[in-house]
Design a protein around this ligand. Structure first.
Ligand code: IMP
Ligand code: MG
Length: 179
């Protein structure tokens, strides 16, 4: 049978279950709260991939927490980076004097995060830390500081739990490898 245009040609091999995500995110929430003690936290979600991570992370966090959103683009619709980062949506609030945590879905080459850390540091936060759900260290092109990492993974293209391939699969409750 010939494949029809509407039929997805990719298959997804499960990598990180919903339960493992939930447990690890709980640990990260406690670790972050422990590090900043009882001070206010301001979490910045990088759209769209980090949206579920942010939502689960803040709901597991105690104490005063505020959130804001930012959108960047470093990829087209495919699997390879263009190497160029663009700011698509800026934050609603300033960062002066705040304990800021960047919340990212995945660090691959590191170019996006490096750009983000530079522009946010220039806004005078009291502290700036980064939490990434996933990291692919073998793909790094630039040395970026990541304070909290959910899972370190191999060089495989992953989808689900916010991560997409051509805007698809973000809604999967787990993370899988696109094959
Ligand atoms: P970097 O600038 O190369 O570190 O790329 C970071 C961005 O690329 C992430 O925030 C994702 O949006 C996207 N990305 C990198 N690797 C993957 C992947 O395996 N699946 C889905 N998106 C990815
Ligand atoms: Mg992203």
């Amino acid at each position: 049978m010939l494949p029809s245009a509407a039929m997805p040609t990719e298959t997804i091999a499960p990598l990180i279950t919903a339960e493992a995500l939930s447990q690890r995110i709980g640990e990260l929430a406690r670790e972050i709260r422990y590090d900043v003690r009882d001070e206010d936290l301001h979490l910045i979600c990088v759209l769209k991939g980090a949206v579920f991570f942010l939502a689960d992370l803040v709901r597991k966090m105690e104490g005063a927490v505020s959130i804001d959103f930012m959108a960047l683009s470093s990829y087209g619709s495919g699997m390879t980076s263009s190497g160029e980062v663009r700011l698509i949506k800026d934050l609603d609030y300033g960062l002066e004097g705040r304990n800021v945590i960047i919340v990212e879905d995945i660090v691959d080459t590191g170019l996006t995060l490096h750009y983000l850390q530079e522009i946010l540091l220039a806004r005078g936060p009291r502290s700036l830390r980064t939490a990434c759900l996933l990291s692919k260290p073998s793909r790094r092109q630039i040395d970026v500081k990541i304070d909290y990492i959910g899972f370190t993974i191999e060089d495989k293209f992953v989808v689900g739990y916010g991560l997409d391939y051509a805007e698809q699969y973000r809604n999967l409750p787990y993370i899988g490898v696109l094959e």
